[in-house]
Design a protein. Structure first.
Length: 743
């Protein structure tokens, strides 16, 4: 038998137990109680007690939290199931609308009949229960899903394992977690603040989330891929460069949340992706709010980095954070687009970087691209505010649009490049592609601007003697060409023009244009066209001229009539920025022609003519205008092209293995007969090499240079090492090498 000695009644003295409160059989012997129970039964009943110094009964002991384990390991159950294992930060990163687990160690075993326990999650500067930024999570017996709730799913002595659900509409951001214990009447007994915050992201894997994407390959591409391709050039000469998005790199998630916090927007709206992308498209640029990037299209990048020299978003975002919110210098459209993709993917919104070739910039909400000429068909420069960029880069973000009529969910155009204000700030979108395609430009947000970018007609207006203007010509197929993004699962270019517009010239496409222009400032421009029997077209042979060589263009005139025609043709060549802004006219010519059925003429511009005038993209604009003497038909067209530049060649010297240093060979050939001065190479690769510069004082004309970089791979798989070159004579030179890293 086993005996416990002590008084038989009343509260327990130190070191003694009451047989009465235990309910055991007993005999009183000499003032002590002898308990006649098997040892195992005593131990079973004793397991319900926790003896402390004052030996209060278990139900009267306060329940407190001793420790908390959020199971935040990158390879652990939470982060693997939430698809957040790729984030290099050692934080508890989860996605909304999905269950996560945590272990709580208590001061004693948990009794669900008498103990109360709550979780408090707070986010933002002024957490509010009513606004969803202060969440109180109670324990339930069974989880229902898609709401804030928690249930005990496992017990281990003083430890309990909770499964916690969040709704698919939860505010995203960083939450502070507190565990609160209370008495049955609701009186708070203790609070325990977690040392780890909870980072809540959007969830493209949850069917209830507005950003749900049902194709796993697309989720892998548009959420989890951290390296991409961005297209540039013009519609005839499409170039591609590799861009390191790096959304999982250490510290990038912190920067993304810092950007949101710096926006000073109410964080209770951060659960709605429509609101969020609008905030971020404003914050990636800097004019209104000291956002991430300062735009610069001047060609003078002193005091900053040339936009063509960036290899990716990582360095930009870290520099912004380190400077405590000073805009990074400098960006142009592909840099804005690349950074936007990084931020959106980091926060869980499926996003792709999109390039529109021959992209119009409508400045007067006419939904047309207008060119004004005088009585002699010379451009009136001060009136020609509209422009057509060789290319323009923006983003598509995937989300539902419950705020719009059915059918407008899916891909939404979002543009962070500061071009025009939207509701008083420099942002653009989200504009549903379905609305743009059909001409429903009255739907929000900014469909008018995006429609003009991809499907506006180019209309020529001639000044009359009385100062008014008359429409003399229109081009219908010059805007919005080869709209491109990286293909899912490969480095191929995927043409998505059909998602933005119906086939050019089709009845549906013309109806969309006319529908849209009803809401523009020049609806009267759509009158019946006059007869035209002479057409003109500019043709670029092959891949186009190389920089450093003469540029040759062919012009084809076609006479569809059976009669003789005399044409006065005026041509000029201008150096321009890729945005369509002219820098200088470098060549002019006038020719009188008698085109037969088809007449081909050539224009040649020598290297010596253009070499001292080129700017960032080596872009040129060839303008033709003319008049048919017999019919007074006006001919007009503009043709932009770029001079092709060479690639940087990157080759590994041997097999790459994780943790082993190796050399990579990098080479470049100067395409110019002139010496390149102050040449800077920028080299970096995720999992291979942090951003690194290599400087050459000069590279001789047509000379080839080769250098090596030491890299030590940290992750197995196919990785990309990217490089750019920047100098005063050459920009937008880049290259990429695939490095296959073995474990």
């Amino acid at each position: 038998m086993s005996a416990v000695k002590g008084p038989t009644t009343g509260r327990f003295a130190k070191g003694r137990l009451s047989s009465v409160s235990l309910g055991f059989g007993e005999d009183k012997v000499g003032g002590y109680t002898e308990i006649r129970e098997p040892k195992e039964e005593i131990q079973r009943k004793m397991s319900f007690l926790h003896v402390v110094d004052d030996y209060t009964s278990v139900k009267e002991l306060p329940l407190t939290v001793q420790s908390l384990d959020l199971m935040k390991s990158k390879s652990g159950e939470n982060r693997m199931k939430h698809h957040t294992h790729l984030y290099q930060d050692d934080n508890f990163i989860i996605r909304r609308g999905q269950t996560f687990q945590m272990w709580i160690t208590l001061s004693r075993p948990f009794d669900p009949l008498s103990d109360m326990l709550h979780l408090h999650l707070k986010t933002g500067p002024v957490p509010s229960v009513g606004k969803g930024t202060h969440v109180i999570v109670s324990l339930v017996e069974n989880l229902q899903g898609n709401c804030w709730e928690a249930a005990v799913v496992e017990k281990d002595d003083k430890r309990i394992k909770l499964s916690v659900n969040s709704p698919a509409t939860a505010v995203i951001g960083r939450y502070q977690l507190t565990v609160e214990t209370a008495s049955p009447n609701g009186q708070v007994i203790s609070t325990y603040d977690s040392a780890d915050d909870i980072y809540m992201l959007f969830n493209p894997w949850s069917k209830d989330d507005a950003v749900y994407l049902d194709d796993e390959e697309e989720r892998q591409e548009y959420v989890l891929n951290d390296v991409g391709r961005i297209y540039y050039g013009n519609k005839y000469q499409i170039g591609a460069r590799t861009w390191n998005y790096g959304q999982f790199e250490s510290g990038i998630l912190t920067v993304c949340l810092y950007i949101l916090e710096k926006s000073l927007t109410p964080n209770y709206g951060w659960g709605n992706p429509v609101n969020l992308v609008r905030i971020l498209s404003a914050m990636v640029n800097s004019p209104d709010d000291s956002g991430v990037l300062e735009g610069n299209w001047s060609g003078d990048y002193k005091g900053g980095t040339s936009p063509t020299a960036w290899n990716g978003s990582i360095e930009i975002l870290k520099q912004y954070y380190a400077s405590k919110g000073s805009p990074v210098k400098y960006g142009q459209c592909w840099v804005f687009g690349g950074v936007t993709t990084t931020v959106m993917r980091c926060l869980g919104i499926p996003t792709r970087t999109v390039t529109n070739f021959s992209s119009a910039h409508d400045t007067d909400v006419s939904l047309t691209t207008d060119v004004y000429v005088d009585e002699h068909l010379e451009p009136i420069d001060y009136m020609n505010n509209d422009s057509i960029w060789n290319f323009h880069v923006w983003n598509d973000c995937w989300m539902a649009r419950p705020d719009l009529p059915d059918g407008n969910g899916g891909w939404q155009a979002v543009d962070s490049t500061p071009q025009e204000e939207s509701n008083g700030i420099y942002c653009c979108g989200p504009a549903p592609l379905s609305a743009i395609r059909s001409g429903q430009v009255y739907l929000k947000y900014d469909c008018t601007f995006v429609f003009a970018e991809v499907n506006s007609d180019k209309i020529y207006w001639k000044r009359n003697a009385n100062g008014t203007y008359s429409k003399i010509y229109s081009e219908k197929r010059v805007v919005g060409c080869n709209i491109s993004t990286k293909a899912v699962g490969s480095d191929e270019r995927h043409d998505i023009t059909h998602m933005y517009k119906h086939p050019e010239g089709s009845e549906q496409e013309r109806m969309a244009v006319e529908t849209a222009c009803r809401y523009g400032s020049k609806a009267h421009a759509y009158a019946s066209p006059t007869a035209e029997d002479i057409s003109v077209r500019v043709v670029l042979e092959g891949e186009g001229p190389k920089i450093g060589s003469d540029a040759v263009l062919s012009v084809k005139l076609y006479n569809s009539s059976s009669e003789k025609r005399n044409v006065s043709l005026y041509s000029q060549l201008a150096v321009m920025y890729y945005t369509g802004v002219h820098k200088a006219t470098i060549y002019k010519e006038h020719r009188d022609l008698q085109p037969n059925k088809e007449t081909i003429i050539q224009f040649t511009v020598a290297y010596d003519v253009y070499k001292d005038h080129l700017v960032d993209q080596a872009a040129l604009m060839f303008t033709l205008s003319g008049r048919v003497n017999e019919t007074q038909q006006v001919l007009a067209t503009q043709f932009s092209f770029r001079l092709r530049t060479p690639d940087i060649i990157i080759k590994p010297t041997r097999k790459a293995v994780v943790g082993q240093k190796m050399e990579v060979e990098i080479s470049f050939t100067n395409p110019l007969p002139d010496v390149l001065k102050d040449v800077v190479f920028n080299v970096e690769g995720i999992g291979l090499l942090s951003a690194h510069k290599k400087i050459y004082e000069y590279i001789g004309g047509h000379a080839t240079i080769t250098f090596t970089e030491d890299i030590t791979p940290t992750v197995a798989g196919t990785k990309k090492l990217v490089a750019t070159l920047d100098s005063s004579q050459l920009t937008h030179i880049h290259g990429v090498g695939d490095i296959i890293v073995e474990a």
